[in-house]
Design a protein around this ligand. Structure first.
Ligand code: G3P
Ligand code: CA
Length: 362
């Protein structure tokens, strides 16, 4: 063998050894007690029912999603609730019930006030082809009520995948969440996830990750990724210009990290602060208002795995995109359409969406 061939053979062997040392996402998920690939029901089964309501979470549970995803916020009187937006305009009738306060954030309302709101009728208007009369009048849910739903059926016990949403508005929420999870038996006194339960904590905010890790060091945590202020530095600082005619999805799809180091910094922060994984955004084939930056490029997922963390991408609903992100190396998907993702993963639900909804009074 010539010296040149010997050198080439040695280099190839070294590359193979290096590759073999990178853990697979499946192995990382197993080590963290997380199903692989994971089906994370984003705000419940929120394509088929109003997001973050009983109908949405119950449907996700009955379909067989691994996790019910929720955005945690706090009322004026200190109750933990699930709501995505920081105000109530998009998903409730706040403008009718509290017209003077319609633009105020959630933390300006008591739970009793929030419970007067209709969190379902907006969906019937927005999606008439999926509307159901029983959705009208659905309520905003507390964390306690979502825990009740997750605990209710021993045959189907989904995990919770809880995001501290806008945590700067809710100082102390990480500690309160810890106390609630202990009180409800989801965490042991030693801070472990209780047997029979599945739990992941998630946040976009570095400070909140640090606090979650301080109070719940033994619970799996995920740092959500984004490009822009307070997140990964962009290659171009140009802000979105609606007058350009470009869609927001197209603008987001053009965004890239400033360089590899800007992306890697976030991985290193996540790892150093107890995260078992990252939650990057995806650019969707059809665009739409949940189509963001492509942060699941193969090199990004490989680097994340090489650092010993798994990847859960948000928020993907279309089989074309399921295929793309899985081929790029992700380990689970936040989806509004758990029914479709379960089919894609060859774990179809035993009943259809309409059958489950009808059987449960919707
Ligand atoms: O939590 C993952 C994903 O839900 C993040 O996006 O805005 O839907 O909470 P968002
Ligand atoms: Ca979320």
């Amino acid at each position: 063998m010539s010296l040149r061939w010997l050198t080439t053979a040695l280099l190839m062997t070294a590359a193979a050894v290096a590759q073999a040392q990178v853990p697979t996402g499946e192995a990382l998920a197993r080590a963290a007690g997380i199903p692989w690939p994971a089906v994370i029901a984003h705000r419940g089964a929120s394509y088929d029912a109003p997001e973050s309501t009983r109908a949405s979470y119950l449907l996700a549970r009955e379909l067989g999603a691994d996790y019910l995803e929720m955005d945690l916020q706090r009322t004026r009187d200190g109750q933990l609730i699930a709501l995505h937006d920081t105000n109530l305009g998009r998903t409730t009738d706040i403008a009718t019930k509290f017209p003077e306060q319609k633009d105020q954030p959630v933390n300006q309302f008591t739970l009793a006030q929030l419970k007067t709101l209709d969190a379902g009728s907006w969906y019937n208007k927005a999606y008439p082809d999926r509307a159901r009369p029983a959705y009208a009048g659905l309520k905003i849910l507390t964390l306690d009520e979502i825990i009740d739903l997750a605990d209710q059926d021993p045959a189907r016990r989904p995990g919770l995948y809880i995001e501290t949403k806008a945590p700067l508005l809710f100082p102390g929420i990480e500690k309160e969440l810890t106390a609630k999870l202990i009180q409800r038996g989801w965490l042991t006194a030693a801070g472990e996830v209780a047997p029979g339960h599945r739990l992941v904590l998630q946040t976009f905010e570095k400070g909140s990750l640090t606090l979650l890790n301080q109070f719940m060091p033994k619970v799996p945590k995920v740092l959500l990724l984004w490009i822009g202020e307070g997140s990964i530095d962009p290659a171009s600082p140009a802000a979105y210009n609606p007058a350009s005619g470009e869609t927001k999805a197209a603008y987001y799809a053009r965004q890239q990290p400033r360089d590899h180091a800007a992306f890697e910094q976030w991985l290193d922060f996540a790892k150093a602060n107890g995260a078992v994984g990252t939650g990057p955004s995806a650019a969707l084939t059809q665009g739409g208002d949940q189509s963001y930056m492509d942060l699941v490029q193969p090199w990004m997922n490989q680097l994340t795995h090489a650092k010993g963390m798994l990847v859960h991408v948000y928020t993907v609903d279309d089989p074309v995109d399921y295929q793309k992100v899985m081929a790029a190396g992700v380990d689970g998907i936040f989806t509004n359409r758990s029914s479709e993702l379960l089919k894609f993963y060859h774990r179809p639900a035993s009943r259809s969406v309409p059958e489950i909804l009808q059987a449960n009074g919707y």
